[in-house]
Design a protein around this ligand. Structure first.
Ligand SMILES: O=C(O)[C@H](O)[C@@H](O)[C@H](O)[C@H](O)COP(=O)(O)O
Length: 267
């Protein structure tokens, strides 16, 4: 299976969010025409929420049989259930609570007010993943994994120069002293992220240009965790024009697509 890597450039953050949402809806319809369930890993962050809001506002989303979609998270912030800063809270507000789906389809991570400590919570989610796996795997076969990307190139809660980026055995890790608040988090590890059929990284803004440029130029995973992301079937970078300021000149026309126009001159 050849692994496809593409950068799809959109004029601005709004167009980016709408385009990713539209592609997500279309892909889910196609997937569910061919298989009983779809497993999707959501991301926190502003772009993650923006995409879900666009899905909620996309009339075509009613063509998805959401009852057959399972939602997971790539990471979660160690906060009380319902806290406005939890990734789950933001995803529910943006889309999930408006969908007619069974609560069992939403696989949220434990919260800090539920009587277990952070490390135990990582084990709880690892068990949840394994309980929904097939063929003796440790996690389900994810169809699409969304990732936001930080200015430092972090994805999920895997940060540069931290041990979590290099974790190969555990499926879920606890994170302390996170450079991005809040300090305590839970995160899938790269092997789990990269087990996904498709990984869709969504990033916008000039502050992401360095992370995107370094990722595409082949930076080390330890320095730029996004550089270590590779879906089994495809890895798509959905970006806005501002984030492309440092994209390597060497990228070919088949790797870098300016949507809506033939060239960057149009924006
Ligand atoms: O819990 C989180 O904060 C996210 O999972 C994190 O990995 C986020 O996706 C990136 O920091 C990008 O965030 P923005 O899209 O807001 O820049």
């Amino acid at each position: 299976m050849t692994n496809e890597r593409r950068v799809l450039v959109h004029p601005d953050k709004t167009a980016l969010g709408a385009a990713v949402a539209s592609r997500f809806v279309t892909k889910l319809v196609d997937l569910l025409a061919a298989q009983p369930l779809a497993h999707v890993v959501l991301t926190g962050g502003s772009m993650g929420s923006a995409v879900l809001e666009h899905v909620a506002n996309n009339p075509a989303s009613t063509s998805v049989d959401w009852t057959r979609v399972h939602f997971w998270w790539g990471d979660e912030r160690w906060l009380p259930r319902g806290d406005a800063e939890r990734n789950e809270t933001q995803a529910r507000a943006a889309l999930l609570d408006s969908l007619e789906i069974a609560s069992g389809n939403i696989h949220s991570l434990p919260a800090s007010d539920e009587g277990i400590e952070l490390d135990a919570a990582a084990s709880v989610y690892a068990k949840e993943l394994a309980d929904h796996a097939t063929d003796g795997a440790l996690y389900p076969r994810f169809d699409i994994t969304f990732l936001g990307v930080g200015p430092d190139g972090h994805v999920a809660s895997l940060f540069p120069e931290r041990g979590g980026v290099r974790e190969k055995d555990l499926t879920v890790i606890s994170v302390r002293n996170s450079p991005k608040p809040p300090p305590e988090r839970l995160s899938l590890t790269l092997p789990v992220i990269n087990s996904s059929e498709r990984v869709w990284l969504v990033l916008a803004g000039a502050d992401k240009a360095s992370a995107l440029g370094l990722t595409l130029a082949g930076a080390s995973v330890n320095e730029v965790p996004a550089a270590g992301v590779e879906g089994r079937r495809s890895t798509l970078f959905f970006v806005d024009a501002d984030a492309t300021a440092e994209v390597p000149e060497s990228l070919t026309a088949t790797e870098l697509f300016w949507t809506g126009s033939d060239s960057p001159d149009a924006y």
